[in-house]
Design a protein around this ligand. Structure first.
Ligand code: ADP
Ligand code: MG
Length: 389
């Protein structure tokens, strides 16, 4: 997107590629400021398609749909990193698009992300890039036990497999379909955190405080903000590294960098999302400006106001598992009980079919202190049948 692009005023239509919950919450934020939103998404019933004025029900690379998007929209963004690069480049030549195709391309590929971290001097996990047909014999024995990850298209722990020893590598690689992979050393994590931030066309940067992220089965379970485990110097180092990444990509829009903190105190970058992130959902209810408001502000060239957190928050993901009882029978979670919790903010994404591991919604518990937010979240866990944290 050109640096000199003019401010796009409310009333204009903004486009979003991808129709999941991130697109839905982007649309809701932009709509509340008077923007129209058009979504390109093949699924008729997708979360964002339910709330946007214009739904182009087509594949991301459908030429007619892309043409219509470019025609109707003053600017376009993404809610999903795996939009085909060709579609992004086509749009970029015709309509202001943020983030830029090159930045999204880096985030589509773990090998490119790791190369970027290395170029920028941002430490990440010891790893080896294993393109299809690589010589497994040349892999450093120091990387075992490791985790093999597909270079592309992995999410929520999918596309990953544990590799205890070098001898297990060929079978693990075959199990992932023999595609390009990255092998990472399995690290001794003390905790995980992420930094959500926005960067404007003019290079201005605003950041949220890092949140502490708890994963279960490779899927984000909860985000804690503030995160009790995060020392101030680690928070500062993570924010500085995230800003370095955004500058290194010449990024425009909202971006999230996930980090590991090891038991020995080291901070390592894990991966980059070129969009708002699940761990930043609490900002809707805990901050003066949410990650989705920053997304539309960056897109339209409005000032990026530094967000101020007015409440401590714990965000719990609501996975499809909650829609099934112990015997596997489908049920509806007890929303009435959850809605009786003061400070609990329910967000459901309008997905009709609950499935185990599917992100159906989230619940943000806000309070005056981190401990009080945690207590509300623990009560919510109890009501929903979630293991406490
Ligand atoms: P994705 O979020 O795309 O599924 P990640 O690479 O972020 O993939 O991995 C998901 C989770 O798995 C991480 O948040 C972390 O909990 C765990 N994990 C990933 N890589 C490692 C590693 N090298 N060592 C230890 N744990 C890891
Ligand atoms: Mg991740």
């Amino acid at each position: 997107m050109s640096q000199s692009a003019a401010f796009i005023p409310p009333g204009a239509t903004l486009g979003v590629l991808g129709g999941g919950q991130l697109g839905r919450m982007f649309a809701q934020a932009a709509q509340s400021a008077g923007y129209g939103v058009a979504v390109l998404e093949a699924d008729e019933a997708a979360p964002a398609a339910q709330v946007t004025g214009i739904h182009l029900a087509a594949r991301y690379d459908d030429p007619l749909a892309l043409e219509q998007l470019a025609r109707e929209c003053a600017a376009v963004t993404v809610e999903f990193e795996n939009i085909p690069a060709q579609a992004l480049r086509w749009l970029d030549a015709r309509v202001p698009l943020a983030p830029a195709p090159q930045a999204v391309a880096v985030c589509q590929d773990r090998a490119q992300e790791k190369a970027l971290f290395a170029r920028l001097g941002v430490p990440c996990a010891p790893h080896a890039v294993l393109p299809a047909g690589a010589d497994f014999g040349a892999v450093s024995p120091g990387l075992f036990p490791g985790i093999l990850k597909t270079a592309r298209l992995g999410y929520d722990g999918k596309g990953q497999i544990a590799v205890p020893t070098a001898a297990d590598l060929p079978a693990a690689w075959a199990a992932l379909g023999g595609v390009d992979c990255v092998l990472e050393q399995r690290l001794d994590l003390a905790f995980e955190l992420s930094v959500v931030m926005a960067r404007g066309r003019d290079g201005a940067v605003v950041q949220f405080a890092p949140q502490q992220n708890l994963h279960r089965n490779g899927i984000l379970f909860a985000s804690l903000s503030p995160g009790a485990a995060i020392p101030p110097e680690v928070a500062q180092a993570a924010q500085a590294a995230a800003a370095t990444v955004a500058q290194g990509l010449d990024y425009v829009g909202v971006l999230c960098v996930e980090f590991f903190v090891l038991r020995d105190g080291r901070l390592l970058a894990n991966e980059i999302a070129p969009r708002p992130h699940n761990s930043g959902h609490h900002t809707i209810d805990s901050c003066t400006v949410s990650q989705f408001e920053l997304q539309w502000r960056a897109l339209v060239g409005a000032p990026l106001l530094p967000p101020r957190q007015h409440s401590a928050a714990v965000m719990l993901n609501l996975l499809g598992d909650l829609w099934f009882d112990a015997a596997g029978r489908q049920r509806e979670p007890d929303w009435a009980a959850v809605l009786a919790l003061a400070g609990a903010h329910l967000h459901l994404y309008g997905k009709r079919e609950p499935r185990k591991g599917r992100k159906m919604g989230h619940l943000t518990c806000t309070a005056a202190s981190a401990e009080a937010a945690r207590q509300t979240a623990l009560r919510a866990c109890d009501l929903l049948g979630l293991e406490p944290f």
